[in-house]
Design a protein around this ligand. Structure first.
Ligand SMILES: Cc1cc2nc3c(=O)[nH]c(=O)nc-3n(C[C@H](O)[C@H](O)[C@H](O)COP(=O)(O)OP(=O)(O)OC[C@H]3O[C@@H](n4cnc5c(N)ncnc54)[C@H](O)[C@@H]3O)c2cc1C
Length: 373
């Protein structure tokens, strides 16, 4: 028996569990074992705002709030655990390789600003000359790019480690090898079965990534998420310095370059494809020709947790009050929002009205969350 159960120990579940424990709820975090689908161990590490939420200004605001809260989260985690999440928020760039790409980007950024309204959205379109001054070794094909001051990057593995360590440091209970196989729901009374035993609590948060799709209906919720594969390349350490992260290339503090990342509809297939890796590398070399001299030392693929419209899904069950779900494909960026904004809402028992547009009800009837409403 705990006050709250969080199902899923990836970035989303760990951030929420840490936040709930901070709010004073005795929380049990149920997770699978080492071999699991876990986007949290295979992502690109951007804390990224630009271009998030075109046509959905509530998503832009939520992302901005998280990016603004990230330094506070990183500071709290460092103080609690001694772990450095490697946060750097110098702003970020999106590079364009042709005039057509540049025009498309300029249009997109102008629409983002218009949709942001009074909330504001600072950005600059940079021409080739300005970019070349910021980024030594820029390739001749780069036509320009966009800059926003909100962007940054972090070490996502340290973040995951720090969230877990801070959670257990506050007295939270982490149970691995405890994949939830079934459950029973009543208002404020939830039972789940796992290979590690049965667990019970008055609050349950489904944060099992792709596992949420099957779990949500048990609790009067809907999590229509599908896998979307992304492949990433990592180079050896470079002598050159990339001062700002870009949408597809970032340099770690150790000097390696991370180069990403594809968006492939391949179901649960985690294999890597040389043609995709070649396309990723080709674009990187066109942006920065010196990258061609570097060896690739690691490469992997991982599965994003993707809703039909690409936006997060947050819901509170109407049929079984006390049950919540959280799903997103930007769990690094949104870690601060999940720990510092979403978890306190869950602890209070209801999601704020500002999160209503993120409900799965937006997908219309046919989703269990809708049917229950
Ligand atoms: C290639 C790629 C690049 C990305 N780049 C970025 C980026 O730059 N910035 C960014 O913000 N985000 C990025 N993301 C997205 C980010 O990684 C995800 O949003 C985030 O990791 C999702 O976390 P999660 O906890 O929801 O899911 P996961 O990390 O998949 O974790 C789910 C957890 O739930 C557990 N689980 C599943 N089923 C059950 C069950 N039945 N019972 C108990 N536990 C269960 C699993 O074992 C796992 O631990 C990227 C993702 C990919 C794939």
């Amino acid at each position: 028996m705990a006050d709250a159960i969080v199902v899923g120990g990836g970035l989303v579940g760990a951030a929420i569990a840490y936040g709930l424990q901070r709010e004073g709820l005795a929380t049990t975090l149920l997770d699978e074992g080492d071999v699991a689908l876990r986007a949290s161990r295979g992502n690109f590490g951007l804390v990224w705002v630009q271009s998030k939420g075109l046509g959905a200004p509530h998503y832009q605001r939520w992302t901005r709030a998280s990016a603004e809260g990230w330094a506070g989260l990183a500071g709290d985690l460092a103080a609690a655990t001694g772990l450095d999440c490697g946060l750097s928020q110098p702003g970020g760039l999106h590079l364009c390789l042709s005039d057509a790409e540049m025009q498309e980007r300029a249009d997109r950024m102008a629409r983002m600003k218009a949709e942001a309204g009074n909330h504001g959205y600072e950005y600059r379109m940079l021409d080739r000359r300005e970019l070349a001054e910021m980024l030594p070794g820029l390739g001749p094909e780069v036509a320009g790019g966009s800059f926003t001051p909100y962007d940054g990057h972090a070490n996502p593995l340290n973040l995951l480690h720090a969230l877990h360590k801070a959670f257990t440091g506050l007295g939270g209970r982490y149970v691995p090898h405890a994949g939830v196989t079934g459950g029973r729901a009543a208002p404020h009374d939830f039972h789940v079965e796992t290979p590690a035993g049965a667990f019970r609590a008055g609050v349950i948060v489904l944060a099992a990534g792709l596992g949420n799709a099957a779990l949500a209906p048990l609790f009067g919720l809907s999590a229509p998420v599908r896998p979307q594969r992304g492949q990433i390349l990592v180079t050896e350490r470079a002598r050159e310095v990339l001062p700002l992260p870009t949408t597809t290339i970032r340099q770690t503090p150790e000097g390696t370059l991370m180069i990403g990342d594809s968006h492939e509809e391949a179901g649960f297939d985690l294999s890597q494809k040389t043609e995709v890796m070649a396309a990723i590398a080709d674009r990187a070399v066109r942006c920065f020709p010196w990258i061609a001299r570097l060896n690739i030392v690691r490469a992997w693929s991982a599965l994003r947790v993707m809703a039909p419209d690409g936006l997060p899904v947050y819901d509170a069950s109407e049929r079984f009050p006390g049950a919540f779900t959280a799903n997103c494909h930007s769990g690094v960026t949104l870690a601060a929002a999940h720990a510092r904004l979403l978890a306190p809402m869950i602890a209070r028992g209801a999601l704020d009205a500002a999160l209503e547009p993120f409900s799965a009800r937006r997908f219309g009837p046919g989703f269990p969350g809708r049917a229950a409403a």
